[in-house]
Write a protein that binds this ligand. Structure first.
Ligand code: SAM
Length: 521
């Protein structure tokens, strides 16, 4: 059978299944779209009208998975007795069984799910390196892969060895688990949606069936469920939708309505969450949205806690700040106040901290939201800005430029994600320049570029010929990163950066290089 005919036959089988389950789908039809399958309006759908709904009995929840024959076999297996069964693993096993087994309740639904996915867990190591190096998503993808490996190893190959006819080894492979994981992460609905009524019309609400099972041997690590049909809706960040429980022909359904009308022939979209960043979208769904306003850039300032002066510790505690905290920069919050406050404590002289700040007590964080006056500490604010600038430049240097015209969809989506990260860095750098200019102007200070012509902090910019304090033989370039760059920063009184980490901010210690060498080693 040709691929198109096969796909049509699978859609027809699924529609038949939907009718048997009493799904309400008269207003939509399933069609191919630019994002795979999607739902088109088969008639005008009014704003607020339920576009489609599915009886909750037809959902694949953890509780429903636990009630299946194969679910019961897993839960009563020796592997489950020794250690609890992950609810995720149970869902994956029931999905894989259902895909292969025509007797499964969800067989024709599971068959319609794409055989491969585009999220970073499906990329090779070198693709991940090439597309994501220097980004948070690189680490998140590795973390999710390791977590999936743990979930898989918790039951396999043990189950295949104990019950080879029920769990054939060639069916329950790690790759098959990966398919189930990505199918679930890209299509699931949250338990919260499954326990919220769409319209509370004042009538008494019927009791809802349990979403999770009472099963004691089950580890509750899956707060989500699959909803056939509803999960064919694609994502559009510009639509507003409501997903929740509705009553239809005397039974409880999970339904979806859009706040704007959808005309016949137009796509009926979902919104997977307007606050979802491209990191979350790529990791769970394998795509990213250009110019995603929810995007954030994580920045972590790490300083050497082991050499931290007692006064700094006290100040951090008073202000409720932690050097290990991850700060999320975004286009609407380029330089978060808590990040600046943290850097101010780390960059301020101990005398200044003692005389003007620690005595503020509970009001310290509030006071740290403004620049430290030069009369209190002449270098603090400039160091704060330069330190952050150095960190951002370092992060920028490790992310590959975004080529939005890349050949493959995963490359393009990765490029969209990187473009978002790079834009936040670039705007934050501009904001740092703006604040530096403003601070210098207010305090009658010379900016670095005025002080030493051409000696910009940006290591990517033009090299100055001569630089005070950095003697070099002719032809030797200013260092860009690493220890030499750190020394260069120090010489410029910017303190030390190495590999994106702030390694020396011990203001009480001006005895370079001992302070630096200790913390950088
Ligand atoms: C819930 S499913 C939607 C149905 C899916 N299109 C299918 O063929 O089964 C989510 C998947 O659809 C695709 N998708 C949904 N919205 C998209 C979008 N705005 N851009 C690109 N792909 C999208 C992604 O592959 C995503 O993982």
């Amino acid at each position: 059978m040709a691929a198109a005919d096969e796909s049509r036959a699978m859609i027809e089988a699924f529609c038949k299944w939907c009718q048997e389950q009493s799904c309400e789908m008269s207003r939509v039809r399933i069609e191919q779209t630019s994002s795979g399958l999607g739902l088109l309006a088969a008639q005008d759908i009014k704003a607020g009208e339920i576009g489609l709904s599915v009886p909750i009995d037809a959902l694949l929840t953890v509780a429903a998975a636990a009630k299946t024959e194969i679910g019961q076999t897993v839960l009563s297996s020796a592997a489950a007795r020794n250690r609890g069964v992950s609810a995720q693993a149970l869902m994956y096993i029931v999905m894989l069984d259902g895909w292969h087994n025509p007797a499964s309740r969800w067989h024709s639904y599971l068959r319609l799910i794409p055989a491969t996915h585009n999220d970073p867990l499906w990329w090779t190591d070198s693709e991940r390196q090439e597309r994501l190096a220097g980004t948070q998503l690189f680490h998140e993808a590795a973390r999710h892969m390791a977590q999936l490996r743990d979930v898989y190893d918790s039951l396999f190959p043990a189950l295949s060895q104990q019950l080879p006819s029920v769990f054939p080894a060639e069916r329950y492979t790690f790759q098959a688990f990966l398919w189930a994981r990505s199918s679930l992460s890209s299509r699931c609905f949250s338990n919260k949606q499954l326990s919220t009524w769409l319209h509370s019309d004042g009538h008494e609400l019927p009791e809802l069936p349990a979403l999770e099972t009472e099963e004691k041997s089950l580890v509750n690590d899956c707060p989500a469920a699959l909803c056939p049909l509803l999960d064919i809706t694609n994502h559009n960040p510009d639509v507003e939708v409501h997903v929740g429980l509705v009553r239809s022909a005397g039974t409880i359904h999970l339904g979806i309505s859009a706040t704007s009308a959808v005309a016949t022939g137009c796509e009926f979209f979902n919104n997977y969450g307007s606050c979802r960043t491209n990191l979350q979208l790529l990791l769970a769904h394998g795509f990213a949205v250009p110019k995603n306003s929810a995007d954030t850039l994580p920045v972590k300032i790490r300083s050497d806690d082991s050499t931290r002066p007692e006064l700094q510790r006290k100040a951090l505690e008073l202000a409720g700040l932690n050097t290990a905290e991850v700060h999320e920069l975004s286009l609407s919050d380029l330089l978060p106040v808590k990040l600046l406050a943290l850097l101010r404590i780390l960059c301020m002289s101990l005398d200044c901290l003692d005389m003007y700040y620690v005595k503020e007590g509970a009001a310290l964080l509030q006071k740290l939201q403004s620049p430290v006056p030069v009369e209190y500490c002449d270098r603090c604010e400039m160091q704060v800005l330069s330190t952050l600038e150095g960190q951002l430049l370092n992060q920028k240097s490790r992310i590959r430029p975004a080529d939005l015209s890349a050949a493959s969809a995963p490359e393009r989506h990765a490029a969209v994600y990187r473009a978002g990260q790079l834009e936040i860095i670039s705007e934050a750098l501009k904001e740092i320049q703006r604040r530096r200019k403003h601070f210098c102007g207010e305090n009658g200070l010379l900016e670095e570029s005025e002080e030493e012509e051409g000696a910009e902090v940006d290591p990517e910019e033009e090299e100055p010929e001569e630089e005070e304090g950095w003697p070099r033989p002719a032809g030797v370039k200013r260092p860009r990163y690493g220890v030499e760059y750190a020394m260069w920063c120090y010489v410029k009184r910017l303190k030390v950066l190495r590999d994106g980490m702030l390694v020396s901010l011990c203001c009480s210690c001006s005895s370079f290089p001992s302070c630096f060498v200790k913390s950088a080693s």
